[in-house]
Design a protein around this ligand. Structure first.
Ligand code: MLT
Ligand code: MN
Ligand code: ZN
Length: 306
């Protein structure tokens, strides 16, 4: 199984178009040691020709261009993207669906019921796309049964309900429904290796901790270093908790959670990194702390073989 990071930043990207925070300004002018990143998405494959796109980022077209494996060119019109799964209905994870509309067959889309509901009401992408390629809907049930995707016959995918947040536009933003946000476990049935992926994770419930602890690769919420980071920078009124993201530093933070997992050869990688997060700066003290804890920071193009 191969996992490719297409976009490692949170919504807005890095640098964000309208942001002049220290990180964004420094990345733009080249005065900080920090690499630009596109918005949140990974792709999973077992043969490197057929891919499951996990989250359809607003940057999908640039991501396809940057990852030639996603364009195997077997026919006059072709794509390596065999199916799409989105872990929630957030703008940074679904807007790219609109960019895939030129397909000549309906787009296979794996989502939970609450996500389908948001994509049919608050942000009616499904009805818009019905005038283009259309969507072939696959329901993610959260009944414990693994999801199998025809293009990845030897990969088992388990979906876990999570505590995070439905999008700001969702009719149930403040009334959480089971399945608004999910985490995923990808199991390669040949190598028996597991990857855990949750770019939005607000609380570490026991079933989530168990899935994390059993993974050989943990790709987990790296949005914010401190919960009130965006407020202190004067950029937002929202804390990480308000947005469904557990910050890295401090008591009960993601570093502490990851520290308690000591599986041999496990890789711990933060993903969905907000542009304000000091860990984006490669020579920052915060980045050094992560390195000391054996935690990596995802970048676009990073690939894992499991
Ligand atoms: C989030 O991860 O909290 C959202 O993607 C934020 C956003 O929509 O900008
Ligand atoms: Mn996001
Ligand atoms: Zn910024």
């Amino acid at each position: 199984m191969k996992i490719k990071v297409l976009g490692s930043s949170a919504g807005g990207g890095f640098p964000q178009w309208n942001c002049n925070c220290r990180n964004c300004a420094g990345a733009r002018t080249g005065t900080l040691k920090a690499t630009p990143r596109t918005q949140s998405s990974i792709a999973v494959s077992e043969n490197t020709h057929d891919w499951l796109l996990v989250n359809a980022s607003p940057d999908i077209l640039a991501q396809i261009a940057a990852n030639p494996e996603l364009q195997p060119a077997r026919r006059p019109r072709d794509s390596g993207i065999a199916a799409v799964l989105t872990i929630d209905a957030q703008i940074d994870h679904v807007t790219g669906l609109l960019m895939l509309r030129e397909r000549d067959t309906p787009l296979p889309l794996y989502v939970t019921d609450p996500v389908w509901q948001d994509l049919s009401t608050g942000f009616p992408i499904t009805s818009i796309l019905s005038h283009y390629c259309g969507i072939e809907r696959h329901r993610i049930d959260l009944d414990g049964k693994a999801i199998t995707i025809a293009a990845l016959p030897h990969v088992r995918i388990e979906a876990l309900p999570l505590t995070s947040k439905a999008p700001p536009y969702s009719p149930h933003r403040e009334a959480p429904e089971r399945g608004d946000n999910i985490g995923l476990v990808f199991i390669d049935t040949a190598s028996n290796k597991r990857a855990f992926y949750a770019p939005g994770l607000g609380a570490i419930e026991p079933h989530v901790y168990e899935a994390m602890s059993n993974a050989d690769l943990i790709l987990v919420d790296g949005t914010l270093w401190t919960d009130d980071e965006m407020i202190r920078l004067g950029l937002s009124k929202k804390t990480g908790a308000d947005m469904g993201h557990l910050a890295q530093s401090g008591t009960g933070g993601m570093i502490e959670v990851l520290d308690s997992i000591d599986r041999p050869n496990v890789r711990k990688v933060l993903i969905h990194i907000n542009n304000t997060n000091p860990i984006l700066v490669e020579d920052s003290p915060e980045r050094r702390v992560l390195t000391e804890h054996g935690i990596e920071v995802a970048s676009d193009g990073m690939a894992f073989k499991l």
